[in-house]
Write a protein that binds this ligand. Structure first.
Ligand code: PLP
Length: 392
């Protein structure tokens, strides 16, 4: 078994070729080599995002792009409706509030679906169109809930509010047609499904949002996308980019498209199915019960009453080199989470499931040895469907 079998919801493991690319020598970030990298990578990322809109590569973690998604498009005092059913939904609302937006939260308990009907009512009641933006997290990594973005996009219809979406733990792993779903601002990070270490974030911007940016009055400097646009026209970024990561990005995107988008989506679905099947065999309950709403990249399981999450994680780490995550915020101590995204392989995941089984047994939880791994393997086997690679 690997010594560091990283099964957390990001950072995800990176392919060897990406790690090697990271050791590139330094070069001029205002020269032709970087120009080629940024132009090619921006174009390839637009394919991942399924957008013809604007796209910027930022040197920051995902939260930086979330901040950029707020400060570039809004003014203090403007009404923002934040859909919250987990810690990252809460973070989006908090950022908007910090910059002076009048934030209303549409909250449902963590791990429960969003209140789509209440959203519809809010939008219908907003006859004067004072609501300027809706923030939502597509894949709530804190709970393993894949929010129904297509439905949200339908509910928003032709209301003029900007649809601002965090796709940090879904972009690349889940079909997410940014333009077709009318997403105005879409942010993601490098360290999840896009096969890179942490440190870059990406933000897609629709023309409607770009027009709003010209009017927006929130303070911004590092994340000012008008500057990003001005420099992109020269094949540059306004400030020194994380050059090593930018070199690795091109490598990662090549690997991503060599696997093919549809294959990548299917692989993530299979891995989620394997964890759920294993959980079923162990008598563990997923936090998100409805399979339709379960994330393909992160699965949260409720800890049995007799098991302390910290002890379980420690046992898995110490004996098997397997890293899983605990719960965040109000779910701390109640759940543990498997991340199965990016370069996590099915065999690494099965090793993680075996480690879970053995660790639970050591901690006194009754386990029928081998059943969870067998169930996981079967879910992978039945989910296997060969498809052609490529950019479809
Ligand atoms: N949004 C989601 C859904 C995430 O999973 C994360 C990170 O785990 C973030 C935002 C924040 O990203 P970062 O930690 O890169 O700032």
């Amino acid at each position: 078994m690997k010594e560091n079998n990283l099964l957390i919801p990001g950072p995800a493991p990176v392919p060897d070729a990406v790690a090697r690319a990271m050791s590139s020598e330094m070069f001029n970030h205002r020269g032709p080599r970087f120009k080629k990298i940024i132009e090619e990578s921006t174009a390839a990322l637009k394919e991942v995002f399924q957008t013809r809109g604007r796209l910027y590569i930022l040197t920051s973690s995902g939260t930086g792009a979330m901040e950029a998604a707020i400060v570039n498009f809004l003014s203090p005092g403007e009404r923002v409706l934040s859909l919250v059913n987990g810690s990252f939904g809460d973070r989006f609302a908090t950022i908007a509030g910090v910059y002076g937006a009048a934030v209303e939260r549409l909250e449902t308990p963590w791990g429960q679906p969003l209140d789509y009907e209440a959203l519809e009512t809010k939008l219908r009641e907003d006859v004067e169109h004072t609501l300027r933006a809706i923030t939502v997290v597509h894949n709530e990594s804190s709970t393993g809930m894949l929010n129904d973005l297509e439905r949200i996009s339908r509910v928003c219809g032709d209301h003029p509010a900007l649809l601002i979406v965090d796709t940090v733990s879904s972009m690349g792993a889940v079909d997410l047609p940014v333009d077709r779903w009318g997403i105005d601002v879409c942010v993601t990070g490098s360290q999840k499904a896009l096969l890179l270490p942490p440190g870059l974030s990406f933000i897609g911007v629709s023309e409607k949002a770009w027009l709003a940016a010209a009017e927006a009055k929130m303070p911004r400097y590092y994340f000012d996308l008008r500057k990003a646009q001005e420099y992109l026209e020269k094949g540059q970024t306004p400030f020194t980019p994380a050059l090593s990561l930018c070199v690795a990005l091109r490598e990662g995107l090549q690997l991503y498209f060599a696997e093919g988008r549809q294959n990548c989506y299917a692989r993530h679905r299979r891995m989620a199915a394997a964890v759920r099947a294993a959980a079923g065999a162990l008598g563990l309950e997923p936090l998100v019960k409805d399979l339709q709403q379960a994330s393909p990249t992160v699965t949260a399981l409720r800890a049995p009453a007799s098991i302390k999450v910290d002890q379980l994680r420690e046992e898995m780490r110490r004996r098997f080199g397997v890293e899983i995550a605990g719960g965040q915020g109000e779910l701390e101590g109640q759940i543990f989470r498997f991340g199965h995204l990016g370069a996590v392989t099915e065999s690494a995941l099965l090793a993680g499931i075996e480690a879970l089984e053995l660790s639970l047994q050591t901690l006194g939880y009754p386990v029928e040895r081998g059943r969870a791994v067998a169930a996981g393997k079967e879910a992978i086997r039945t989910g296997l469907r060969p498809a052609a690679g490529g950019r479809k």
